[in-house]
Design a protein around this ligand. Structure first.
Ligand SMILES: NC(=O)c1ccc[n+]([C@@H]2O[C@H](COP(=O)([O-])OP(=O)(O)OC[C@H]3O[C@@H](n4cnc5c(N)ncnc54)[C@H](O)[C@@H]3O)[C@@H](O)[C@H]2O)c1
Length: 257
């Protein structure tokens, strides 16, 4: 399977180098597409059209805006697309375009787990919540006013920044609340999932606590991820989740589906 990586930052850079170095049997790197001023010296750089033409699978690691910009033309060309910025699918029109194909749309589990069980239990679930706690400074957003930004920077303990439907929260924190979208996509309902984002200056790890209950049972998943050394807003595990997804697509069979 020929793989191109869209976005060569903390996640995409690690993914591209691992695929280049043969870490994923059955997958080879054709190149990376990036938006930074300097090319990565050690990776083949392509424009997005060439990458789409040469690859069987484009792996999006570039953010929700880049996915909205390039995703539709990638699937339209028949090339597969593996998405890490799943929060972009909160836009129903974009999600419909990406699902139309003919290229197949695949979603990466990213920073969280338990999505398979939530998906299985979804028809009977009546309350689903995800609370994400991150280092305070990584949660400052361009739409925040000065007072709110100052409050986050001065926080000495946990501070809840937003609580609401997953669709609203993932749009407000596009680089930090893709996990809320992952849970909503697993459950198949953007409005049934309540998401909260908490800023904590003392959080040693990024945590996600997912709780759900309903006819099938009661569920609680607690995840503590170490932040990536290259981007503290991202967890180091995400690149590994992408590589696991590429491995499943490159050599299907004998793995959890
Ligand atoms: N699903 C999850 O659990 C999860 C977790 C963490 C991050 N994410 C998503 O992954 C994205 C990437 O995370 P990261 O830590 O690698 O970010 P990063 O900022 O380190 O890297 C993003 C890279 O994408 C590039 N880019 C931006 N727009 C582009 C475009 N139009 N074309 C090509 N390249 C473009 C940037 O130049 C940058 O190099 C985040 O924005 C977030 O949406 C998802």
């Amino acid at each position: 399977m020929r793989v191109a990586v869209l976005g060569c930052g903390a996640i995409g850079g690690d993914v591209a180098r691992a695929v280049r170095d043969g870490a994923v049997p059955g997958a080879e790197l054709v190149g990376v597409v990036h938006a930074a001023s300097a090319d990565p010296p050690d990776l083949p750089v392509l424009d997005v059209d060439t990458a789409t033409r040469r690859a069987d699978l484009v792996v999006e690691c570039a953010g929700q805006r880049a996915l909205a910009e390039h995703g539709p033309s990638i699937v339209d060309s028949g090339t597969g697309l593996l998405v890490v910025s799943v929060g972009a699918l909160a836009d129903d029109a974009l999600a419909a375009k990406l699902r139309t194909g003919p290229g197949a749309l695949h979603l990466c589990t990213g920073a969280v787990g338990g999505l398979d069980l939530l998906s299985a239990a979804a028809p009977g679930l009546d309350a689903v919540r995800i609370v994400t706690t991150k280092k305070a400074t990584t949660l400052v957003q361009p739409w925040m006013d000065e007072r709110q930004t100052a409050r986050i920077r001065a926080a000495t303990g946990p501070l809840e920044l937003m609580r609401g439907p997953a669709r609203q929260v993932t749009a407000a924190f596009p680089a930090s609340a893709n996990v809320a979208a992952s849970v909503a996509l697993a459950v198949g309902d953007w409005d049934r999932v309540e998401a909260a984002v908490v800023a904590d200056p003392n959080a040693p790890m990024t945590s996600h606590v997912i709780t759900a209950r309903g006819a099938a049972g009661r569920y609680r998943f607690e995840i503590g991820n170490r932040p990536s050394e290259r981007n503290p807003a991202t967890s180091g595990i995400v690149a590994h989740a992408v590589l696991a997804a590429v491995a499943r697509l490159a050599r299907p069979g004998g793995r959890f589906a």
